[in-house]
Design a protein around this ligand. Structure first.
Ligand code: FES
Length: 248
């Protein structure tokens, strides 16, 4: 096994040298005459052979890879401890920083791979030009696969909805809490009963009417009559300018 490792490894030339040196010296008979008696006594392990110090073996020189402060074999290791410690801290710190950065990159890429792509994000918002909707009219848009009602209210509708007694409401919510600009009501066109699409400008309260089971909503999208339990949902929206609304 040792022989196999030596033949395959980087130290093969040196181990080969050791083998030959030992072979040549441990030759019975002739060795004893060639080696001084003192040496023979000192290294002899058996009557027929001796062991040498193998001083002829070439030891690889790693000086180019060793730091200057540890190259002198006569110097105490205590003297170089500060420098070695600093080097260890430097390597540890650098490895940690690189490791943390790599981990952060991997996690960021993994998480961002699960987020919506740019085309999906673009579909998640809808920009509507308000100038196209005359006062008193409701327009329906498709947003995230659902109907979206955008209603341009008249002054009369605004005043009527603002004056509604909250005690009369099934799902109490003041009109001002459902709109950003009182002139515009923006709600999802999905009945809160079983999900039908209500009809605009219809019903007993002039807002929306769901013909499926007869739910009546007012011009603020609040449920006023019928089986629906909740007001029409108000999505998030904002007005970048007076003529535009962005929903989503
Ligand atoms: S789904 Fe609208 S009233 Fe039933």
């Amino acid at each position: 096994m040792m022989s196999l490792a030596a033949r395959c490894g980087a130290f093969s030339p040196y181990l080969q040298g050791t083998k030959h040196a030992v072979k040549g010296v441990v030759f019975p008979g002739a060795v004893k005459d060639a080696v001084p008696a003192a040496v023979n006594t000192l290294y002899s392990t058996s009557p027929g052979g001796i062991r040498l110090a193998h001083t002829d073996i070439k030891v690889p020189d790693f000086s180019d890879y060793r730091r200057p402060e540890v190259q002198d074999p006569n110097k105490s290791s205590q003297e170089s401890s500060e420098a070695r410690r600093a080097f260890s801290y430097l390597v540890t710190g650098a490895t940690t920083v690189v490791g943390v950065y790599a981990a952060k990159t991997v996690v960021t890429q993994f998480v961002s791979s699960m987020s919506a792509s740019a085309d999906v994000l673009a579909l998640s918002k809808i920009e509507i030009k308000l100038g196209d909707i005359p006062e008193g009219k409701n327009m329906t848009f498709k947003w995230r696969g659902k109907p979206l009602f955008v209603r341009h209210r008249t002054e009369k509708e605004i005043a009527t909805e603002a004056a509604v007694n909250m005690a009369e409401l099934r799902d109490p919510q003041h009109d001002k809490d459902r709109v950003v600009n009182p002139s515009w009501v923006i709600v999802l066109g999905v009945c809160t009963h079983l999900g039908c699409v209500p009809i605009a400008n219809a019903g007993d309260f002039g807002g929306y009417y769901c013909p499926c089971h007869g739910s009546h909503y007012d011009a603020s999208g609040r449920i006023r009559k019928g089986p629906a339990p909740l007001n029409l949902e108000v999505p998030y929206y904002e007005f970048p300018d007076e003529e535009t609304v962005v929903v989503g």
